[in-house]
Design a binder for this molecule. Structure first.
Ligand SMILES: Cc1cc2nc3c(=O)[nH]c(=O)nc-3n(C[C@H](O)[C@H](O)[C@H](O)COP(=O)(O)O)c2cc1C
Length: 171
């Protein structure tokens, strides 16, 4: 499968990236093609609700920012993984912007599967992000393959990284 990971963490060697790398290692060991896009370092604005995409744009976005390089990756992916630190009980603003910009295409063309990787400081701070993720993938027609969360007591531990690797290997 072609797997697109949308990483919403701005921290290069942080806790979210540790989950992403372990997941990637596991998935690649089973022959999957994993492309990680660090969206927090891209220039991606929020949706302007201009509805160009629903009219003259015919599924294309009026905003010509770095999202233009991500749309073809989304359309080509068989699976989309959302990875983010928890910021105030939801995913990072950078990843939320990317999610809102899915509006132009409504749903990915091919992607049937998805997963969610979350890192936080506290435990039990995931209900908002998980509810959004579950509703969103249902709306987009994707099936969840797994959710991994890591907090201050488990971030970067061998056990947690093994869990993320196992998720990749399970695909
Ligand atoms: C702006 C901001 C908001 C945060 N909000 C929360 C929060 O609501 N709950 C929590 O447990 N951790 C929160 N954190 C901590 C991060 O989620 C945590 O440190 C995470 O592991 C960072 O991942 P990273 O290493 O990929 O940056 C916040 C951090 C920042 C910078």
């Amino acid at each position: 499968m072609k797997i697109l990971v949308l990483n919403g963490s701005p921290t290069p060697n942080g806790n979210t990236v540790a989950l992403v790398n372990a997941f990637k290692e596991g998935a690649e060991s089973k022959g999957h093609d994993v492309n990680v896009v660090n969206v927090a370092h891209k220039n991606i604005k929020g949706c302007m609700a201009c509805n160009f995409c629903k009219n003259a744009g015919n599924g294309t976005c009026a905003q010509k920012d770095d999202m233009q390089e991500i749309y073809p990756l989304i359309q080509d992916a068989d699976m989309i993984v959302f990875a983010s630190p928890i910021y105030y009980f939801i995913m990072s603003a950078q990843l939320e912007s990317v999610i809102h910009r899915f509006y132009a295409i409504t749903s990915p063309k091919k992607a049937k599967y998805s997963a969610l990787l979350l890192s936080s400081y506290s435990s039990n701070v995931y209900s908002g992000a998980m509810a959004q993720y579950k509703d969103m993938i249902g709306y987009m027609g994707m099936t969840d393959k797994g959710i991994i969360t890591a907090d201050n007591s488990t971030n970067k531990t061998p056990e947690k990284l093994a869990e993320a690797r196992a998720l990749g290997e399970s695909l």
